[in-house]
Design a protein around this ligand. Sequence first.
Ligand code: PMP
Length: 351
Amino acid sequence: MSNFLNENINKMQAYVPGEQPQDKAYIKLNTNESPFPPSSGVVNGLTEKNLQSLRLYCDPQCKVLKNKLANLYGVSDKNVFVSNGSDEILNFAFMAYGNKGVYFADVTYGFYSVFAELYNLPTTVIPLKEDFTLNLAGFYGRNGLVVIANPNAPTGLEISLNEIEEIIKSNPNGVVVIDEAYVDFGGTSALPLIDKYDNLLVVRTYSKSRSMAGARLGYAFANQKLIQDLEKIKYSTNPYNVNSLTQLLGSLAVDDQKYYEDNCRKIIKNRLFTKNELEKLGFKVLDSKANFLFAKSEKITGEKLYLSLKDKGVLVRHFNKQRIADYIRITIGDEKQMQTFIEKVKEILGE
Ligand code: PMP
């Protein structure tokens, strides 16, 4: 059969999402979802009228949702962008700002390299240091599109606000994207810097701390000009990118902020429990500020541990990639899930 696909797309590897297997009920610790349901306001939020209104297009300006987020985070509506998952914002950012070159770490969120290839962008990968911390100097003075997940994935390590500011300052002619998908689990946000720097885009998601991965809702903060850029791309690709049900549920979630903050505290507590237990079993565990841990054992390979856990009904994530193949990434679930996870690890290690 003929192959009509553009060459750069033809030769690239698409992003591979974490497994969502349907064969049995797993303890799912592999895609950094929340173990907790959305708040009661969200769960009970849809009325028959809402469903009937599906016949109409949704509000392309997402006014109510933007206003809720702006009030919650103390910015103006003009500083907020909302999207179909934060992947869409990252996509738009690569599309909008990548032509002069893109810069990201070797061990980071796997989608960055996919977008770079998709748009055929000149790409510089900046290896993390030996201990998986960010090579800060590698990001100075690039003046292209710099993309940093903070906390990073899959390591969970974070850099400080001062360190972020240095990177932003040294790239006045390039946009710096700080991907804060995991910031609510104890990280430090770069949001306070958006008024000070016109080249900062802070990207967030409802998929982790707000228990709404399936609703697909991301949001971003930046100065007005960057937001307008993203709006331009949105209106040039998919003006109705956030459907009306998701807009409504996203607004209702903001009203229940306390519930989500409590859940984050629980995750942080369960993260500490899990880290301590793994360390007792001899694991090396990175110091995560996210809702996952990145850990390895001298006693078993990452792949074998992943497969053995899957056999026992616990799904974690293993990346068959250079530098990190020894590790597994464990999403932090509720207390019971983490106790079961530790029990299964003990069984596998024969302890
Ligand atoms: N950024 C990072 C660092 C992530 O790990 C993820 C989740 N896979 C995303 C962005 C995208 O999340 P979503 O599209 O669900 O908002």
